[in-house]
Design a protein around this ligand. Structure first.
Ligand SMILES: *Cc1c(COP(=O)(O)O)cnc(C)c1O
Length: 403
C-alpha cells in the first residue's frame, strides 16, 4: 500500500490486516466474500460453477425463493416500484409497511411493531434511543456486535455479564444504583454458539430489579417454539419481553429489522429513533416478501418439524464422530476446531468436497475457540446431511481434530 500520509496508525492497521489476508490467500485458506452463482434451493447453491450443499445459510426454514414469497415481492414491484424515495416519517410510508408491521405484531403477540432498514441498524438505533447517559445496560458477553455497538453508542453505563450466567447478572443488577433506568439485553439464540438464553430466570431478575428487558430474536424466529414464533413460545410464556427485536434477513428471506412491543414504546421509537427518521424506508418488494414469509411460517408448520429433526440428526451425528459442538441446541452448530488455522483447514477440506461451510475465528470468537459455524435448515434431506457429516468427519480426521 502506498498513501501520501504514510505510516500513521491507520495505514499501519490496514497493513496488518492486508498481510493477514494475503497470508490466508497464499495458502488457499481464504473463504470469505465468495460469490454464489445461483441459489438452487434452500439446501444447494452453485459456487464457481460447482453445486455445493449449503451449510452456512440462515434460511432456517428453507424459505428462500419460496413461490408465495417471490410472488408477493413481484406484485409489490408492479404496484409500488423498486424504491421508496423517502423516509417513513415523510413520503416513504406505503400501505405495505403498515401491513408488515401489523403482521409482525400479530406474529410476536405484541401490541405494535416498527421496522427498520436492517437488523444491525435496529439494534444500534433502538438501544441508543431508549438508553442514555446515567442509565445502566446489562448485556450478555456473547451478544451480537450490533447490540454491543448500540450499547456503546447510547453512552449508558455498560455492564457485561458472563455468558448466560444468571448469578453474575444478578450480582451486577444488585450493585447498580436503585433509582436509575436499567435495561437487560441478550440474544435469544446466541449467534456463534447456538445455545438459548435462560429467559425464565432473566425475566425473574428484570422484575426483581425493575429493569427493562430486550431480546434479540434474529436466530429464534422460525426456529424456537412449535409454531416458530420464538423464545416466548419455546418457554411457554406469553407476551413477557418488553422489547422483542428481530431481523427480516434470516428465516425471513428479505432484509430489514423490527421491534415488537407495547404501543407506547413503538410510538416513542417512531418519533425518536434516528435510523427510522433519517434513513429510507424498506423497499416495497422486501416489505412484501417479509410480510408473506411470516404467513408462510404459520401455514407450513411442517417446516419447523423438519428443521428440528434435521438439527437433532446433525448435532447427534457430529457428536458421535467425536466433535465438540459446545452447548448448541439449535440449527446453529459450532464445530470446535481450536486454532484459527485448524478451522481454515477443515473449511478447505469441506469446501473441496462440495460442502459449503465457513469458519469463525478470532476476534469474532475468543482465541483458541475457532470453529466451523455450520447450520442446517428445513430444506436439507437426511441423506444430504449424512453426506455432509461424512465430509466434515474426514476433514476433521485429516486436520487432527478427531481420531
Ligand atoms: C444477523 C444479526 C443481526 C443483524 O441483522 P441484519 O438484519 O443482518 O442486519 C442482529 N442480531 C443478531 C443476533 C444477528 O445474528
Amino acid at each position: 500500500m502506498d498513501f501520501h500520509h504514510t505510516d500513521d496508525a491507520v495505514t499501519r492497521r490496514m497493513k496488518v490486516l492486508e498481510e493477514r489476508i494475503n497470508k490466508m490467500k497464499s495458502h488457499d485458506l481464504y473463504f470469505y466474500n465468495q460469490a454464489v452463482d445461483e441459489i438452487l434451493d434452500g439446501a444447494r447453491v452453485r459456487v464457481h460453477g460447482r453445486v455445493m450443499g449449503m451449510y452456512a445459510s440462515y434460511s432456517y426454514l428453507g424459505l428462500v425463493a419460496h413461490p408465495r414469497i417471490n410472488e408477493a415481492a413481484k406484485k409489490a414491484v408492479d404496484k409500488f416500484g423498486t424504491g421508496t424515495n423517502g423516509v417513513r416519517t415523510l413520503a416513504g410510508t406505503l400501505t405495505i409497511h403498515n401491513e408488515l408491521e401489523e403482521t409482525i405484531a400479530n406474529f410476536k403477540h405484541a401490541e405494535a411493531a416498527i421496522t427498520f432498514s436492517s437488523g444491525y441498524a435496529t439494534n444500534l438505533s433502538v438501544i441508543s434511543t431508549l438508553m442514555g447517559r446515567g442509565d445502566y445496560i446489562f448485556s450478555d458477553k456473547l451478544n451480537h456486535a450490533s447490540i454491543v455497538d448500540g450499547c456503546l453508542m447510547s453512552g449508558a453505563e455498560f455492564r457485561r455479564f458472563r455468558h448466560n450466567d444468571m448469578a453474575h447478572l444478578e450480582n451486577l443488577l444488585a450493585n447498580a444504583p436503585a433509582d436509575v433506568a436499567k435495561l437487560v439485553i441478550a440474544d435469544s439464540v446466541f449467534s456463534m454458539d447456538g445455545d438459548i438464553i435462560d429467559l425464565p430466570k432473566v425475566l425473574e431478575l428484570t422484575k426483581k430489579y425493575n429493569a427493562w428487558l430486550m431480546i434479540d430474536e434474529a436466530h429464534s424466529v422460525g426456529v424456537l417454539g412449535e409454531k416458530g414464533t420464538g423464545i416466548e413460545e419455546y418457554f411457554g410464556l406469553g407476551d413477557v419481553i418488553d422489547i422483542k427485536m428481530g431481523t427480516l434477513s434470516k428465516t425471513i428471506p428479505s432484509v430489514g429489522g423490527y421491534v415488537a412491543a407495547k404501543k407506547e414504546i413503538i410510538d416513542y421509537l417512531r418519533h425518536s429513533s434516528r435510523a427510522y427518521i433519517f434513513s429510507a424506508a424498506l423497499p416495497p418488494a422486501q416489505a412484501a416478501a417479509a410480510n408473506e414469509a411470516f404467513k408462510v411460517i404459520l401455514d407450513e408448520r411442517w417446516r419447523i418439524q423438519r428443521l428440528n429433526e434435521n438439527t437433532k440428526q446433525f448435532i447427534r451425528g457430529l457428536k458421535s464422530m467425536g466433535f465438540d459442538t459446545m452447548l448448541t441446541e439449535t440449527a446453529i452448530v459450532p464445530v470446535l476446531c481450536g486454532t484459527d488455522e485448524a478451522a481454515f483447514m477443515v473449511t478447505a477440506e469441506a469446501q473441496h468436497h462440495d460442502v459449503f461451510v465457513l469458519p469463525v475465528v478470532s476476534p469474532a470468537v475468543p482465541e483458541g475457540l475457532a470453529r466451523l459455524r455450520a447450520t442446517v435448515t428445513a430444506a436439507h434431506e437426511p441423506s444430504e446431511i449424512e453426506r455432509a457429516m461424512d465430509v466434515i468427519c474426514e476433514a476433521g480426521k485429516k486436520v487432527g481434530i478427531i481420531k
